[in-house]
Design a protein around this ligand. Structure first.
Ligand SMILES: C[S@@+](CC[C@H](N)C(=O)[O-])C[C@H]1O[C@@H](n2cnc3c(N)ncnc32)[C@H](O)[C@@H]1O
Length: 274
């Protein structure tokens, strides 16, 4: 599972890099809230897990100067290479390959705050990863994580998949970990508590995903999801036209007078202390 999953994320890295500016801009409210919750201070060591292109941790990097260190981690080396290109200058950022399905190779009780945006719910055993997170955190230090709420709250991602699934181009979503596995916030709280975290709290953050037009929306999904990208690569011209026509219909409620799209997004943000 990890190998298949890593292969997918390795392949996705290029697409994520292509969409980096849009993602960083649109998801800024989420990063900002996560960073606020770990309360970074000068001299702190902050760990960003499943960091992708690293933007959430990079937001904390300046706040821990002077003397602080940011550790940006992911299990896909290609994500880390892309993140390196986006790292702020003049701050101490270390890049480390960490696979959250294995023990974290960091000393116990050495980290002042952990960030993980849209990572844990993708794991086969998120409780194990949270236990490891707790082990590396200093006592009373915080983890702040993001996990998507349900597909109906996130049509920017769910609508294209549904169109492909209705047409039999994509398989129905397989059981097991995925984007919406933690749509129920009770699951997040329970998993954090079972992993030993104290007083987990969950809140919602609503924000907006913005696309130039329907084509841009489609391209974004094919770039950032290998499943959608692989499906798109197999479409003949006529089928792709039909899919885009359906997407255009789905886009109507979100289409602005200048054709740009503003599609609502919603995530849970959870925090707890070690
Ligand atoms: C949805 S992306 C989120 C990336 C980034 N945190 C963000 O919010 O933009 C999920 C990230 O988790 C990473 N990932 C998936 N499974 C992982 C694992 N077992 N260990 C570490 N990273 C993993 C992927 O490589 C990918 O970069």
């Amino acid at each position: 599972m990890t190998l298949e999953s890593r292969d997918r994320w390795v392949r996705a890295a290029q697409g994520w890099e292509a969409r980096a500016e849009q993602m960083a801009r649109d998801t800024m409210p989420v990063s900002a809230r996560l960073v606020e919750l770990v309360r970074p201070q000068p001299g702190h060591t902050i760990l960003d897990l499943a960091a992708g292109l690293g933007d959430t941790g990079f937001l904390a990097a300046e706040l821990i100067q002077p003397g602080g260190t940011l550790i940006t981690s992911d299990f896909a080396p290609e994500m880390l290479t892309a993140a390196q290109k986006r790292a702020p200058q003049n701050v101490d950022v270390r890049f480390k390959q960490i696979d959250l399905s294995t023990p974290i190779d960091i000393q116990a009780a050495s980290i002042d705050g952990v960030l993980c945006r849209w990572g844990y719910m993708l794991l086969d055993d998120p409780e194990f990863a949270l236990r490891e997170t707790r082990r590396v955190l200093k006592q009373d230090a915080a983890v702040a994580l993001a996990a998507w709420s349900g597909p109906d709250d996130n049509l920017w991602s769910a609508a294209p998949v549904r169109i492909l699934q209705r047409r039999g181009i994509l398989e129905p979503t397989p059981p097991g970990p995925g984007q919406f596995t933690w749509a129920d916030p009770n699951v997040i709280e329970d998993t954090m508590a079972t992993a030993g975290f104290l007083e987990p709290k969950v809140e919602a953050v609503n924000f907006v995903m913005r696309y130039e037009d329907v084509d841009d929306w489609w391209v974004a999904q094919t770039q950032m999801s290998t499943r959608t990208g692989d499906a798109d690569a197999q479409l003949d011209f006529a089928t792709r036209s039909d899919v885009l026509a359906e997407l255009e219909e789905a886009a109507q409620p979100f289409t602005q007078p200048d054709d740009r799209l503003e599609i609502p997004a919603r995530t849970w943000i959870a925090t707890a202390t070690a």
